[in-house]
Design a binder for this molecule. Structure first.
Ligand SMILES: [Zn+2]
Length: 233
């Protein structure tokens, strides 16, 4: 696990990003809001995005560092799995489980499994496996077992039926800056349906759409695969 920003430390909220810009785009407002609430928040990238059409790993590393500073993250790291082949080896889930035992996140954000990008789907898969492995006393892993209290899925490049919405209206300005820190991806010509120079406009429209269901201006959508337990009504 390569440290990019901050310190390797215990985290209340950790977002797993297949590529260097995915966390900012899918859950950035929520991460910024948690930082502003005083929580220890981190992003763990799985790859350096070396297969991306635009930018180089060196440029993208500098961009992620800038974005981490803008977001005031406690930790940002990269697992350096192969871009385009996440989950192709059993070792990948073990590597991620090892990182979970070190960072001990209470809440973990994974990419939603409905996505056009195969790396995002396999990140969900190894994420689920790693959560399980990290909790097993008898797993072939160093460190003490760690049980993640809550796993939520954030939206990628497909529609979803959200289980919960987070109001990020107050975080929009910082969110825009941290997304645009990834300038190599969003300036110049569009390289795919989702990597386009009008990314802010498109994603803000989506956040505004979710906001309409909660009476707020902008919201980010998440899915929980298990029901939330309330103490009572
Ligand atoms: Zn991605």
């Amino acid at each position: 696990m390569n440290l990019i920003h901050g310190q390797t430390q215990l985290l209340e909220l950790l977002c797993i990003a297949p590529h260097p810009d995915d966390a900012e785009i899918g859950a950035g407002g929520t991460l910024i809001k948690a930082v502003q609430a005083g929580k220890t928040v981190g992003i763990l990238e799985l790859t350096r995005g070396e297969m991306g059409t635009q930018g180089t790993p060196e440029i993208r590393l500098e961009e992620t560092r800038q974005a981490a500073e803008i977001m005031k993250l406690s930790f940002r790291g990269n697992l350096e799995l192969p871009d385009g082949s996440i989950g192709s080896e059993g070792e990948h889930a073990l590597k991620l489980a090892r990182a979970l035992r070190i960072l001990c996140p209470r809440t973990l954000l994974l990419p939603h499994f409905q996505d056009r990008h195969p790396d995002h789907i396999s990140s969900y898969q190894i994420g689920k496996k790693a959560v399980h492995l990290a909790s097993l006393r008898k797993a072939a892993l160093e460190g003490d077992p760690h049980r993640v209290a809550r796993v939520l899925l954030y939206q990628g490049n497909a529609p979803l039926e959200p289980g919960l919405l987070v109001d990020v209206s107050g975080q929009l300005e910082v969110w825009e800056r941290c997304v645009m820190a990834h300038a190599s991806q969003f300036t110049g010509a569009a390289v795919s349906e989702t990597v386009t120079p009008d990314i802010l406009e498109r994603r803000k429209a989506r956040m505004m759409y979710w906001g309409t269901f909660a009476g707020v201006r902008y919201a980010e959508a998440f899915v929980s695969e298990v029901p939330f337990l309330l103490e009572g009504l």
